[in-house]
Design a protein around this ligand. Structure first.
Ligand SMILES: C[S@@+](CC[C@H](N)C(=O)[O-])C[C@H]1O[C@@H](n2cnc3c(N)ncnc32)[C@H](O)[C@@H]1O
Length: 248
């Protein structure tokens, strides 16, 4: 079982996420456990103050290290204590895979101007979900919960369904279609209704290669590619006038 403890000043924002859909189902089935704790519970003064003015002046308030560290320590032991921060390491599918193997993750969501920098001595890593600034770390904590929980065996109905997701095999996912077969003149690619398994697999691989080359050529540098893949990419690139050669 993978356990999560989410430390937040707004438990009411986080808890509903654990009460619906696949996360709720995974909790009910005992595959994951999610404890949401209010950082304010760890204050000791009568005003229950979690933040204070920044030393050196400047705009906004900073979360107090003593309160936050009490919240962290009450959640221990844990394999990882993760501070959500725009200054952290970029969150990737690879990191999600690594974290999904752990037993207890503490996810610490900041608010205001962030947390007193001394908190870094009490966390195992800082993680960012992208190059933009959110109002708080809750959405980032939930992104990590979503991305890791779906990798826990049994959480997804079909164990194969995450193996071919975007990034899992180093490429973006291939395009998916369902009924109706025709919508406003837009038809489902014929090969998908052919019942020819090998042709469908090859078609999907090629669409994934093509999409990745067009949208995220940086990923191709690290993707495990076969000789057939490389041949396809060279042919595709040549047919497009060699536009992608520089990036790919
Ligand atoms: C308004 S932000 C603080 C921004 C901080 N002053 C800075 O520029 O780094 C408040 C909190 O939101 C969370 N947060 C904001 N953007 C994030 C991101 N891209 N990834 C992860 N957490 C983020 C962090 O927990 C942060 O402490």
């Amino acid at each position: 079982m993978l356990r999560y403890t989410i430390l937040t000043l707004f438990p009411g924002l986080v808890r509903p996420w654990t009460e619906e859909a696949l996360i709720a189902k995974a909790i009910r089935r005992g595959l994951i456990r999610v404890d949401v704790r209010d950082i304010r519970e760890y204050t000791t003064d009568k005003h229950r103050q979690v933040d204070d003015y920044p030393y050196g002046g400047g705009a906004g308030m900073v979360m107090r290290v003593d309160v936050v560290v009490r919240a962290i320590e009450a959640a221990l032991p844990a394999d990882e204590v993760i501070l959500l921060s725009p200054a952290g390491d970029p969150f990737t599918q690879r990191m999600a895979e690594e974290l999904s193997q752990k037993q207890h993750l503490v996810l610490l969501a900041g608010r205001y101007e962030g947390i007193d920098a001394r908190v870094e001595h009490f966390v195992t890593r800082e993680v960012s979900i992208g190059d933009y600034v959110l109002m708080g770390g809750e959405v980032a904590a939930l992104a990590i919960l979503e991305a890791t929980a779906r990798l826990v065996p049994g959480v997804l109905g079909d164990p194969e369904s995450h193996q071919k997701d975007s990034f899992s095999w180093g490429l973006l996912d291939y395009p998916q279609y369902t009924r109706p077969p025709e919508f406003r003149g837009l038809e489902v690619p014929e090969v998908l209704t052919s019942g020819h398994h090998a042709r469908i697999e090859r078609w999907r691989r090629e669409r994934a290669l093509e999409r990745t080359l067009k949208r995220r050529p940086d990923l191709l540098k690290r993707a495990p590619l076969t000789a057939e893949d490389l041949e396809f990419l060279a042919r595709f690139d040549a047919a497009e006038g060699g536009d992608y050669t520089d990036e790919g």
